[in-house]
Design a protein around this ligand. Structure first.
Ligand code: FUL
Length: 456
């Protein structure tokens, strides 16, 4: 048999198996060789499945009570009396977070690790007599607790004298990244902020993003890179913790042409993505548990309540995004008791929401043609339903453009409806007693089975 004939038969057998699995007539499958939708890499998929991460903003701002340092801070002010990275990571675990991101350097230029590129670092501080390394303690704690570490290294540097002398500073920034990417083992995320203000000499810097991205790919091929323009994961477009309701993990990359691009169209693209986007670039929703990103004692009474944190989970993870929740350590170098209690409370509240899955008698999927499908669920007994948890098999790309959940039977009652689903779509409804329900979906490409879990 010729190679091409054998190839054709193998493809046909595979297509028939898929068709059987989906309960779909095989002729409805998209034609073999047709261009397929963008799909996540293994790294993007693992990153999204973690769903919830903690962000840690810590540095000289913690000691000056500011949000943006101007680079003139003395390293002598950095002296956390009982810094305990293990407590940060244990709290993350207790909250149910799977990964974390630490500000190794914020816009003030103070480096939380002993770098060879500047004296403006922990090495010039009294903390641990200048022998300490916050990045090391953070990644070590993550490894001990089984949480994945990530780092934020601001390119905007209001301290370094070379900032604004673009070629020279870019070499320094690459050297800083090289230290971070080679000294501390595997990182799961490298977080790039696009802020691009003036440096100490009043000059603006032109960043070299292609070189930066290439360096990260070479030194940490399994890390995802975050920025508003990706390349791997994108900013959600606000810092309020709210992802777009219609929310594609695919996007037209030209809609966010460079890091720091602004305007309503850019924000809309980040919020919603595009059904016909040519790249897979899922979103990350970063938001702080307090009004500021850094710790300020004056905000101790303004820590988000448990119900607000749960709501953030619904408007991020529950809308096909990943939640990156910032929890800033105090001047002592530990997370504040109030923040810890709220995070533990958020975990308990989330678990309570998913504690009572309805008991089912039947759960069937049927493709209704190339671009539509129905899931029918029959319950064992009539039960009260108040939470829907939908999910697509995003390893095959994101496809659902419209969905409706109704009671089944002669007079169906619409319970909930929406547009996209993606990795996860969570929907709370007023408690309704149901005995059978149907989920109908319409897709932009060959339909794939969509999961639906029901909770009391
Ligand atoms: C912003 C920064 O300017 C803030 O200080 C903070 O780090 C936030 C996460 O990103 O763009």
């Amino acid at each position: 048999m010729s190679l091409s004939r054998r190839h054709f038969l193998t493809q046909l057998t595979a297509a028939a198996a898929i068709a059987r699995h989906c309960g779909m007539p095989w002729r409805n499958l998209p034609w073999l060789g047709a261009p397929s939708r963008p799909r996540p890499t293994a790294q993007q998929l693992a990153w999204q499945r973690d769903e919830f991460a903690l962000f840690v903003h810590f540095g000289v701002n913690t000691f000056t009570d500011r949000e943006w340092g101007d680079g003139t801070e003395s390293p002598l002010i950095f002296n956390p009396a009982r810094l305990d990275a293990r407590q940060w990571v244990r709290t993350a675990k207790a909250a149910g977070a799977k990964s974390m991101v630490l500000t190794a350097k914020h816009h003030d230029g103070f480096c939380l690790w002993p770098t060879a590129t500047t004296t403006h670092s922990v090495a010039s501080s009294p903390w641990r007599n200048g022998t300490g390394d916050v990045v090391r303690e953070f990644v070590d704690a993550c490894r001990l607790e089984g949480v994945k570490p990530g780092l934020y290294c601001s390119p905007w540097d209001r301290n370094h004298p070379a900032y604004g002398d673009s070629a020279r500073y870019n070499d320094i920034y690459m050297a800083q990244l090289t230290e971070l990417l080679t000294r501390y083992g595997a990182l799961h995320e490298v977080w790039f902020d696009g802020a691009n203000g003036e440096g100490p000499n009043g000059k603006r810097q032109t960043y070299d993003w292609p070189r930066t991205w290439a360096l990260v790919r070479t030194l940490q091929p399994n890390a995802v890179m975050f920025s508003d323009a990706g390349p791997d994961v994108r900013w959600i477009g606000n810092e309020r913790g709210v992802a777009g309701e219609t929310h594609w993990s695919t996007i037209r990359p030209e809609s966010v042409p460079y890091i720091g691009a602004s305007g309503d169209e850019v924000i809309a693209a980040l919020q919603h993505g595009h059904a016909d986007g040519s790249v897979w670039r899922p979103s990350e929703t970063d938001v702080s548990i307090r009004p500021g990103w850094f710790y300020h004692a004056a905000e101790d009474a303004r820590v988000k309540r448990v119900d607000e944190l749960v709501q953030l989970y619904f408007t991020s993870v529950g809308r096909n995004s990943k939640l990156l929740l910032n929890v800033p350590p105090t001047r002592d170098g530990v997370l504040h008791d109030t923040d810890v209690a709220r995070l533990v409370g958020m975990r308990a509240a989330r678990e309570a929401l998913f504690a009572q899955p309805l008991t089912l008698r039947e759960n069937r999927w049927r493709a209704d043609g190339p671009r539509a499908g129905t899931r029918t669920i029959v319950l064992r007994t009539p039960q009260s339903l108040s939470l829907l948890d939908l999910g697509e098999a995003i390893e095959h790309g994101q496809r659902v453009a419209a969905w409706r959940v109704s009671t089944a039977g002669p007079a169906p009652q619409l319970l909930a409806s929406g547009t996209t689903i993606g990795h996860r779509q969570l929907c709370r409804i007023p408690a309704t007693t149901v005995s059978a329900i149907t989920l109908r979906v319409e897709t932009v490409d060959a339909v794939q089975p969509v999961a639906l879990r029901l909770f009391a």
